[in-house]
Design a protein. Structure first.
Length: 101
């Protein structure tokens, strides 16, 4: 049974930075704040090349709820794939439930 990864550091590639800002209105700073706001993350669908992806229900310092999708990489690093706000009441409720608030 695979063990959940331990992440010491998250990073956002430049192409992902542009995507998050233009499509989801989430900045790199917000994505990193949200990613570092909780140790909870959940296994989610596999990426196009079969890499394991994880979903993290985070919150920014300003209180904005953000889902962060990342891939575990060597040296306990997490590469952010995307970050976005939960949409609608049902999705916000799921976000809170998964955060354990």
């Amino acid at each position: 049974m695979p063990v959940a990864p331990i992440i010491d550091e998250f990073y956002v590639p430049h192409a992902v930075e542009e995507h998050m800002l233009s499509k989801h209105s989430v900045t790199v700073e917000e994505a990193l704040e949200a990613a570092e706001s909780t140790a909870r993350h959940y296994r989610t669908y596999a990426g196009r090349v079969g890499e394991r992806r994880y979903l993290l229900p985070g919150k920014t310092a300003a209180g904005r709820r953000v889902w962060v999708v990342f891939v575990h990489e060597p040296d306990r690093r997490g590469r952010v794939i995307t970050a976005f706000e939960p949409g609608g009441d049902k999705e916000r409720s799921r976000h809170e439930r998964m955060r354990g608030i």
